[in-house]
Design a protein around this ligand. Structure first.
Ligand SMILES: Nc1ncnc2c1ncn2[C@@H]1O[C@H](COP(=O)(O)OP(=O)(O)O)[C@@H](O)[C@H]1O
Ligand SMILES: [Mg+2]
Length: 218
């Protein structure tokens, strides 16, 4: 469970992006985060995903106060608990599908276990197994985003954080990507998606609006 208690974020003394936010996200929720450009949606996602820290308040994740964690502890948590998906896919273009999905596994202490089997299983689910050795440059946008989702899944995270995951895709391809998130949510994962697209938000069970430094659940 994600519990933000009176969370604030200031980038400088005079720019308060998030202002005393209270937000609880339970395991298995499927949430859309909406709001105007510059409202602080990405900042909120980065705090939830332990990429960034709040400057005020407390972040309790699964009962632990992670706002007190140091960078190393946060990095470990980030790699184990969260899977990230971004608008422009964030893939390494000189690498194959397999290599891109493998990246998070290289940062794990315990490198045992059958990585290849795990990656193949994920690719099968994402209907990309036949592309396993292809360079990601040779894939379509929708395929690339599915590879990025594969990379987000490879450490079996509890929570998927997707920042405008359909923003660079046409509507039909975006729908395919949303179907994957819906399936992952049905399997029990918490899914949190930043979007400007009403159709995307409709797939989710709850919409949270970020406006003027505050959050409003709808
Ligand atoms: N690293 C940063 N340093 C300074 N200001 C930032 C930084 N990141 C974001 N901001 C500012 O914080 C505000 C919120 O940004 P962001 O969270 O990216 O909004 P959104 O994702 O809703 O468009 C914006 O005014 C942006 O310019
Ligand atoms: Mg943003």
């Amino acid at each position: 469970m994600i519990e933000l208690k009176q969370i604030s974020k200031k980038y400088t003394e005079h720019t308060t992006v998030l202002n005393n936010i209270d937000l609880t996200i339970k395991k298995g929720e499927y949430i859309a985060i909406m709001g105007p450009s510059g409202a602080g949606k990405t900042t909120l996602m980065n705090i939830i995903g332990c990429i960034d820290s709040c400057t005020g308040g407390k972040y309790i994740l699964d009962g632990n106060d992670v706002s007190s964690y140091n960078d190393k502890e946060k990095a470990r948590l980030r790699n184990e608990k969260f899977g990230f998906v971004v608008q422009d896919f964030g893939l390494i273009s000189s690498m194959s599908v397999f290599q891109n999905i493998q990246i998070p596994l290289l940062y794990r202490k315990n490198k045992k276990g059958n990585q290849k089997e795990k990656i193949e299983e994920i690719l099968k689910k994402l209907k990309l197994l036949d592309k396993i050795n292809d360079n990601v440059n040779n894939l379509s946008g929708g395929q690339r985003q599915r590879v990025a989702i594969g990379r987000a899944l490879v450490n079996s995270p509890d929570v998927i954080l997707a920042d405008k995951p359909t923003g660079a895709l046409d509507q039909a391809t975006g729908k395919e990507v949303m179907d994957i998130f819906t399936e992952l949510n049905n399997e029990g994962k918490t899914v949190i998606i930043v979007t400007h697209d009403e159709q995307v938000a409709k797939c989710c069970n709850k919409i949270i609006h970020v406006v003027d430094g505050k959050v409003k659940a709808m």
